[in-house]
Design a protein around this ligand. Sequence first.
Ligand code: NAD
Length: 474
Amino acid sequence: MTQLYRNLIDGEMIETAATLDVVNPANEQVVGRVPACGAAELDRAVAAARRAFKTWSKTPVDDRRAVIMGISAAIEANADELYRLLTTEQGKPHMQAQHEIHASAGMVAAQSTLVLEDVINEDTEERFSRTRRVPVGVVGGIVPWNFPVLMAVQKIAPAILSGCTIVLKPSPFTPLTTLRLAELIKDVVPAGVVNIITGEDSLGPLITAHPDIDKITFTGSTATGKKIMEGASKDLKRITLELGGNDASIVLPDADVAKVAEQLFWSSFTNAGQICVAAKRVYIHEDIYEPLSKAIADYAKTVTVGDGSQQGTGVGPIQNKKQFDRVCELIEDAKTNGYKFLVGGDVDPSGSGYYVPITILDNPPEDARIVAEEQFGPVMPLMKFSSDDEVIARANASDYGLAGAVWTKDTDRGVAIAEQLETGTVWINEFLHLTPFAPFGGHKQSGFGAEYGIEGLKEFTYTQVITVKRDALV
Ligand code: NAD
């Protein structure tokens, strides 16, 4: 019998009669079952979170920090078990799974150190006025399948540091590691402060519409983000939306071809390209286009696609069948239109597992679907450009505005370009670097609000201004 992973509600690990199967994308075998929660379980979790909020929001912040550090310690102490399970359900190679688990522990620990200070607005003989930050109440957290553990804890830690309590829903594709973590933190966190429940996608709208949830923090696709905004509008819930991206990476003519080729490759192919901030459109200056595209293609041929649990695998499978079909469709569209492939492009339909070969396209047009849409797979379109103004305009000609990168020895020129990109993050000469102390968030249809840093913490609070009239006649 496949192992059942239980949900955490009110400090108890619970089961439901109905369950969902979870599949290993490397071989399509069922590797676990999880509860299929509906409205009744959601109501229980929300009621527990509401009860816990009364005391948790009044618990001294240093005690809350200690609990968060306990979560970090639980992740670190069980890292070996957690990263293996993560590869089994998500598909990413062991090394990348290890990185996600350790990054999760580090992110939680770092976030616990954030301090929300009161602000003095006025301190005169006549009046004293102060702004304080008040936790909003019960938070609904909804996360995707690409970084299931990191995305879960980066919502849990700031939510509970602020004094809120949370009901978190993992993706139905990747709930196992998060539920194992739930078991590990059950006795670390007071009952009801963190609740983790699983179900089909249909559980999401129930969370968004729940009258006793005060805020939604969501990471996922832009299409779902729009539904969340609609659902949350009924009672004007606060929302933070971390959505899709179609990030441009811009390589200036002075970049060192030999040095950047490998980094550019991994900026697109880490986690099989299933990263919101992966480089999904790579613009290379025409002066170095030929040597750099060749160097990237040569490096790509040294990387193995396969089962993430096997030594030597650099790129794992696509996480689920739906996403696999979508990436295949984009590749087929590129073939039908006669675009040139430098590497890959031929998906082998035989055998099990959702494998897409490393695929690199040679200068497809800007309106190619594979360029204009978020691929979210191991696909890298390389395009030529000739001037800074031209490439800035092309990079900005997108509904998305999540992140971007510039590669150059001339960092002043890199920063000048960065300042003209319409995105929440721009890296110069690196990629995917996120710090717990800086806000991460998108612009345009990549969402709004932030995670990480003080800005991220503030998202779980509202402002209250208290004004004392000093010479009041009472
Ligand atoms: P998704 O939108 O399909 O699902 C995300 C979560 O929303 C899942 O838990 C799902 O069950 C739930 N959900 C589905 N329908 C819902 C509804 N109507 N109401 C409420 N919840 C619902 O996204 P995905 O396919 O899991 O993830 C991939 C997407 O996430 C990509 O577009 C990627 O760019 C984006 N992403 C963004 C960030 C970021 O920080 N900006 C990070 C990671 C992934």
